[in-house]
Design a protein around this ligand. Structure first.
Ligand SMILES: C[S@@+](CC[C@H](N)C(=O)[O-])C[C@H]1O[C@@H](n2cnc3c(N)ncnc32)[C@H](O)[C@@H]1O
Length: 240
C-alpha cells in the first residue's frame, strides 16, 4: 500500500489544486466499479491521473493510458506522468498513440474516457447531431475504442454537457470561463451513440467541485444545479 493519501502524492508530483481528487475519483468516477485485478484502458488519459488513482486504490488494477497527445493535451502531461510513475512504479503504462496501434487482440475490463471523448473529433463534434455524415464519422472514430471492451466490461464517459445555463444564454460562464461549449455534447447524445455499439446505459450522475467533498456530492451534484455551474456528468455503461 502507498504511504501517502492520493492528494498528497499528486502534490508531491507538482499537480496543482490537488485537494479533493481522491474524493472525486472514488465517489464520482469509479463509484460502484470493482477495480480488483481488472485491466483499465484510460483513453485520452493525459498525465494518467485517473489511472494512478485506480492503481492507488487497488494495486492489482493494471492500467494503460492511450493518448496520442493531440487536441486537448499540453506539454506538462508527460512530465507529470513520469513524476507519478516514480511514486507508483510501473502500475500505469503509457502508450503514446491511437487505440488502433495497441496489440490487435488486447481487450480491457474497464474503459474510461475522462474528459476526452469529445477530443477524438473536435473538428466535427459541434455538428454530430444535425449532420448524419458527421454522426457517422464520429461513430467510426469511437468504434475502435469500444471494440477494446471485453464482454461485460464497464465503460465510463465523463465530460461537460453543452446544455448549460450560460451557454444557452450565449454568455461566458464565470464559474468555468475556459470551457468551449461547442466542443461538448450532452450525455443522451453519447448514450445514443454507445447504444449502437451494444453498450447498456446503467446510470448518469452529475458532479460537483471536488473540493466540496461530501457536502458537494449530497447538496450540489444533481442535474438541476449542475446546469448553472459546469454541467459535468459521469455516465456508466456495460458492454453486452
Ligand atoms: C482534456 S484532456 C483529458 C486528459 C485526462 N483524461 C484528464 O482528464 O486529465 C484530453 C486528452 O485527449 C487526448 N486525445 C485527443 N485526441 C485523442 C484520440 N484520438 N485518442 C485518444 N486520446 C486523444 C489528448 O491528447 C488529451 O490528452
Amino acid at each position: 500500500m502507498f504511504k501517502n493519501n492520493f492528494d498528497k502524492n499528486l502534490k508531491i508530483c507538482s499537480i496543482k489544486r490537488s485537494f479533493g481528487y481522491g474524493f472525486y475519483f472514488r465517489n464520482y468516477i469509479f463509484e460502484g466499479v470493482n477495480l480488483k485485478t481488472k485491466s483499465l484502458l484510460d483513453l485520452g488519459g493525459g498525465n494518467g491521473i485517473a489511472s494512478f488513482f485506480a492503481a492507488h486504490s487497488d494495486n492489482s488494477c493494471r492500467c494503460t493510458i492511450v493518448d496520442p497527445f493531440e487536441d486537448g493535451s499540453n506539454t506538462l502531461m508527460i512530465t507529470q506522468y513520469e513524476k507519478l510513475s516514480k511514486v507508483y512504479g510501473n502500475a500505469v503504462k503509457l502508450h503514446k498513440g491511437y487505440v488502433e496501434s495497441l496489440p490487435i487482440d488486447e481487450k480491457f475490463d474497464i474503459i474510461l474516457m475522462h474528459n476526452s471523448i469529445n477530443h477524438i473529433g473536435e473538428e466535427i463534434i459541434a455538428d454530430i447531431v444535425s449532420s448524419q455524415k458527421y454522426w457517422k464519422e464520429f461513430s467510426a472514430r469511437l468504434e475502435p475504442i469500444i471494440m477494446r471492451a471485453k464482454k461485460g466490461a464497464t465503460i465510463i464517459v465523463a465530460d461537460c454537457s453543452n446544455k448549460n445555463f450560460w451557454n444557452d444564454l450565449g454568455i461566458k460562464n464565470p464559474l468555468a470561463p475556459t470551457i468551449e461549449w461547442n466542443l461538448h455534447q450532452p450525455p443522451r447524445v453519447w448514450q445514443k451513440m454507445l447504444e449502437n455499439f451494444r453498450c447498456k446505459h446503467l446510470r448518469t450522475n452529475w458532479t460537483s467541485r471536488r473540493e466540496f467533498l461530501f457536502l458537494g456530492k449530497f447538496l450540489l451534484a444533481n442535474k438541476f444545479l449542475s446546469y448553472f455551474t459546469d454541467s459535468h456528468f459521469v455516465s456508466t455503461y456495460i458492454k453486452k
